[in-house]
Design a protein around this ligand. Structure first.
Ligand SMILES: NC(=O)c1ccc[n+]([C@@H]2O[C@H](COP(=O)([O-])OP(=O)(O)OC[C@H]3O[C@@H](n4cnc5c(N)ncnc54)[C@H](O)[C@@H]3O)[C@@H](O)[C@H]2O)c1
Length: 251
């Protein structure tokens, strides 16, 4: 088992990539803390893991709120005694129905997608130091590096902030035995918050056509990469961004 007895906190783990990552980690022997604001689906995720014989615990965590992070980390340490892996996965889509230049949505993107990762690195690394080190994996996006149509102009900026905090965090925490890496997916099934142009099937089909592999990625294909970065197999890997996009970024 690749994560035997490691304690892993995954944000946004009620759905999508986070949920697939939680199930994958549990299969590999981790004690998984499923953290989200979607409590009902979060309970389902935990139930699914238990049914498969894995270990999981649900925690309500609003990743934009620092007090919520403090409480979550305290709860993890008091229940499980340590934190080995943090996956900063929670996020909202850049494809909104408020207009691609809405200032309110810009602030929301920065809060949910970027401030959240700052808070996670800050509080997660403090807990990991007590555990003798750990691995932090941040969910970025190819939008951090390339421009995409139909996406709020702040989305890529929020993910570029994640990419930057990954490299800076790697340098800051290397001496504490904490690695910080990012995974940058391309096109996956739509996020729960995807609205507007990017939810239009015709528009999506034109985007898929631009992907060299001619298909959308699966959440499991992202979870597999997160697993590698979380595990000790990647013990000399830090400050990297792994692109999971079927070659889209290379066109
Ligand atoms: N789906 C894609 O096409 C795609 C592409 C590139 C990158 N990503 C990134 O991958 C990550 C996961 O995306 P997904 O496709 O699984 O999306 P999703 O919408 O299926 O899941 C996101 C989860 O985050 C949770 N969340 C939202 N706001 C939160 C908050 N304030 N506090 C705690 N939890 C919150 C939601 O409840 C949900 O469970 C995101 O960071 C996203 O930006 C997704």
């Amino acid at each position: 088992m690749r994560l035997r007895d490691k304690v892993a906190l995954i944000t946004g783990a009620s759905n999508g990539v986070g949920r697939a990552t939680a199930a994958t980690f549990a299969c590999e022997g981790a004690m998984v803390v499923v953290a989200d604001i979607d409590d009902v689906t979060g309970a389902d995720t935990v139930e699914e893991i238990h049914s498969a014989g894995g270990r999981a615990h649900y925690l309500h965590l609003d990743v934009t709120d620092e007090a919520s992070w403090r409480t979550a980390i305290e709860e993890v340490l008091s229940h499980f005694g340590r934190l080995d892996v943090l996956v900063n996965n929670a996020g909202i889509s850049g494809s909104c129905d408020t207009g691609l230049t809405s200032t309110d949505y810009f602030d929301r993107l920065m809060s949910v997608n970027a401030r959240s990762v700052f808070l996670g690195i800050k509080h997660g690394s403090a807990a990991m130091r007590h555990s003798g080190g750990g691995s932090i994996v941040n969910l970025s996006s190819i939008s951090a590096s390339i421009g995409l149509r139909g996406v709020h102009i702040g989305y890529g900026a929020s993910k570029a902030a994640v990419k930057s905090m990954t490299t800076t965090g790697a340098v800051h925490y290397a001496a504490d035995g904490i690695r910080v890496n990012a995974v940058a997916p391309g096109m996956l099934p739509p996020m729960r918050t995807t609205r507007g142009t990017s939810s239009d099937p015709v528009f999506r089909a034109t985007q898929v056509d631009a992907i060299p592999m001619k298909r959308v990625g699966e959440v499991q294909e992202v979870a597999n990469v997160v697993l590698f970065l979380a595990s000790d197999e990647s013990s000399y890997v830090t400050g990297t961004e792994t692109v999971v996009d079927g070659g889209w970024n290379s066109v």
